[in-house]
Every structure is written in C-alpha cells, then in structure tokens.
Design a protein around this ligand. Structure first.
Ligand code: FMN
Length: 287
C-alpha cells in the first residue's frame, strides 16, 4: 500500500512509503503536485554528475509507456544512453551541445515499426506499415511517450532538455545507436539532476493558441496584442542589439531557423525516412 500525505498549503504530496507494491512503481520520497510541476517546467542545460537511480529511471520510463498510443500498438522505442563513449558520439552529432556529455542520461525517442512488423510476421499477419502515414503515426507515439517521460522526470526532481538536433543528424544517430530498418529517431531528451535554475521562459497567452469551436484567423491587431509581451522582454532587446536586427521575428527567420537550413535538413530527414523504409506510398493494385 502506498502511503501519501498532502500538505494543503504547499499542495505538495509527500510519499511516505516510497514504493507501491500494487503498481510496482518506485516513487520519489517527495513528489510535487503534478500541475505545479508542469507550470514550473524549464529546460535544463547544466547538470550535476549524480547518476539517476535505476528504480527511479524505471518508474519514469513506466510513466512514459503509459502515454496514449495509436491503436495500443506502441510503435516507438526509447534508447537510453548513459555510457560516456556513446554520449560523446551523440554529442558530436547533436552539434556538440555540452549537456549531451554532461547529463547522466540521453534518451533517443524513435518511431519504431520494426518490433510491431516482426510480431505481425511471426503471427501470420502481413504488415502494411512501410508508408509515410505509418511514420507519422509512430512519430506521434514516440513524442507522446517523450512528454510523459518529461512530466514524470520533473516530478522526481530531474531536469530535462529536448534536442531538436535529432532530426538534423538522424542518419548519424541511426549509425551510433545501430537502429534497424523501420526505426527513425524523432527526438532526444537529456535528463539528470539540474545544476542551474533558469528563469521561466515566456509563453504566448492561452487565448493565442486556443480556438473555441472553430478556428478564428488572426488580424494584424491580434498579432500585435498576442506577441506584445514577448516583444517587450529585456531578452528581446538584447537579442536585437546583438544581432543588429529590427524585429524578434527576424531573429527566427534570419538567424535561428532559416529557410536555407530548413530545406537542407528537410531533404536529409526525408532521405532517412525513405532509407528506413517509410516511403512506399503507392497503392497496391486491388481486384
Ligand atoms: C522539439 C524540441 C527541440 C528542442 N531542441 C533544443 C536544442 O537542440 N537545444 C536546446 O538548448 N534546447 C532545445 N529545446 C528547448 C527549447 O529551446 C525550449 O523548450 C524553449 O526555449 C522554451 O523554454 P523552456 O523549455 O525552458 O520553457 C527544444 C525543445 C523542443 C520541444
């Protein structure tokens, strides 16, 4: 039996026993309220050397696998890397972002039909999952598992950071992690105990991203209002000064995510998706 005590003032849940026999899940001694955890999310880019206890990691991974999944097929895999040699190889292909070497855990979330296809073939079922739709399906599954991992990890006091560089250099990650056909990396998380507490980053107001009943397109006035806070941040002024640019939007279009880079990496990723066997999109002749 798990024993919980709730402090109503801090809304913190204190787990007194630590281990639930019923669920088989090892819980951290003190877990914060899930909603506070979500609202306090910040990406962590500096980590302590402390390793993550195997029971805690298993608990978090279990939470990841409880995410919704298309048709309950679980068409994804998570590759956990903790060996320094592998982390260094990954660091190289993740544009040498130091947190990859520093964090005790690097987790690569992959769209994966390999296992499901094998199961089908061994059970006299013909898989039809070598197409782009199946890749998107599996990528969605992988991302849902990743975000469940994030929330559970943060509940345990760990920090995380996603690595978008996964889709830029997917072919090299496939080599390093020896991913077979029908497996494509879609995102990576570094995870470990935080060695920094960065400021919370801004978000657009909720009304900016939510539409009730039907989509309501944005007028120029809406855009001005919804982006006003972001544009008036001190950080924005600093970025404009440093980059000698006029608007924050130009930081994105001209510096961070340029069309040239986007097209280059799109082509590379499409090649990977093709090579891994997800681009057979022609309909078979039917009688
Ligand atoms: C798919 C994805 C890829 C990301 N890739 C990187 C990355 O390669 N390097 C990095 O430092 N942060 C990366 N981030 C973190 C974002 O920069 C961060 O989530 C965003 O700035 C908001 O900050 P916050 O997470 O602290 O709230 C990524 C986030 C996502 C969701």
């Amino acid at each position: 039996m798990i024993s919980l005590q709730v402090n109503l003032l801090t809304r913190k849940v204190i787990n007194l026993s630590g281990y639930s026999k019923e669920s088989g899940i090892f819980m951290g001694k003190i877990t914060k309220h899930m909603y506070d955890t979500i609202l306090n999310h910040r990406s962590i880019r500096k980590y302590k050397r402390d390793p993550v206890d195997g029971n805690i990691l298993h608990d978090i991974l279990k939470a990841a696998t409880r995410a919704s999944t298309t048709g309950n097929m679980q068409v994804y895999s998570i590759v956990v890397s903790s060996e320094q040699k592998i982390k260094e190889a990954l660091w190289e292909v993740h544009f040498r972002q130091d947190m990859v070497k520093q964090a005790p855990l690097v987790l690569t979330f992959c769209a994966d039909f390999n296992r499901f296809n094998a199961w089908c073939r061994l059970r006299k079922a013909a898989p039809g999952y070598d197409n782009f739709l199946s890749f998107v399906t599996a990528a969605i599954d992988a991302l849902l598992a990743a975000q469940n991992f994030v929330v559970a990890a943060e509940e345990h006091g760990l920090g995380i950071c996603y690595l978008g560089t996964t889709i830029y250099n997917a072919e090299k990650i496939i080599e390093i992690l020896e991913l077979p056909k029908a497996v494509v990396p879609v995102t990576t998380l570094v995870a470990g105990y935080p060695a920094e507490v960065p400021e919370l980053t801004d978000r657009l107001p909720v009304e900016a991203v939510v539409h009730y009943e039907k989509y309501r397109d944005y007028s120029a006035g809406d855009i001005d209002r919804l982006y006003a806070e972001k544009e008036s941040l001190e950080l924005t002024a600093k970025l404009l000064e440093e980059n000698k640019l006029e608007t924050l939007a130009q930081i994105f279009t001209d510096k961070r995510y340029t069309k040239k880079d986007n097209v280059f990496f799109s082509q590379k990723y499409l090649e990977v998706i093709n090579k891994q066997g997800f681009m057979n999109n022609l309909a078979e002749d039917r009688e």
